[in-house]
Write a protein that binds this ligand. Structure first.
Ligand SMILES: Cc1cc2nc3c(=O)[nH]c(=O)nc-3n(C[C@H](O)[C@H](O)[C@H](O)COP(=O)(O)O)c2cc1C
Length: 146
């Protein structure tokens, strides 16, 4: 049995729903998740083990991928990763969004990957499916080690 550390932020509940799907997959495989949901009310703390971040996309302005497209709502997650040495423990990001946004689909996760030099290990739309949770949990295990 292993425990996998996941950090996430969920403004409207979709990411929370997908995290619960991941938790169900983990439990079915005899593993556990160590979860931290970020928000403005969470005090910064020092992470002590490798983690993966689930990053929904909230952008406004612009229609493409230029720098004028600005983050809204999810900055608490980035601030937490930037705190102390936390970024050192980030091993990968999972992007979520809505394909209606075309080129901006999961753009925030892609920006994290570039900024922190880690891979995007999976993506899904909105609440995701159980099948996607199975595939992405397998990637989490590969990324964080058994
Ligand atoms: C104001 C707003 C802006 C959004 N911008 C994007 C975007 O640029 N790209 C994208 O892929 N999804 C975008 N989305 C879709 C969200 O990322 C998607 O609904 C996600 O599942 C929200 O996660 P949450 O319910 O956990 O907060 C946007 C949604 C809203 C409400």
């Amino acid at each position: 049995m292993a425990t996998y550390r996941l950090l996430y932020i969920s403004i409207e509940g979709n990411t929370e729903s997908f995290v619960q799907k991941l938790a169900a997959v983990a439990e079915s495989e005899g593993d556990q998740l160590s979860l931290l949901a970020l928000g403005d009310e969470i005090d910064p703390a020092h992470e002590k083990e490798p983690f993966v971040a689930l990053v929904p996309t909230y952008l406004n302005g612009g229609t493409g991928t230029g720098p004028e497209v600005v983050e809204i709502f999810t900055n608490a997650l980035a601030d937490y990763i930037d705190f102390g040495n936390n970024a050192r423990y980030l091993r990968g990001v999972i992007g979520s969004g809505n394909r209606n946004f075309n080129d901006q689909y999961i753009l925030t996760a892609k920006r994290y990957a570039e900024k922190y030099h880690v891979p995007v290990i999976g993506d899904y739309e909105l609440r995701g499916t159980s099948r996607e949770a199975e595939k992405i949990f397998a990637r989490i295990k590969e990324t964080l080690g058994e």
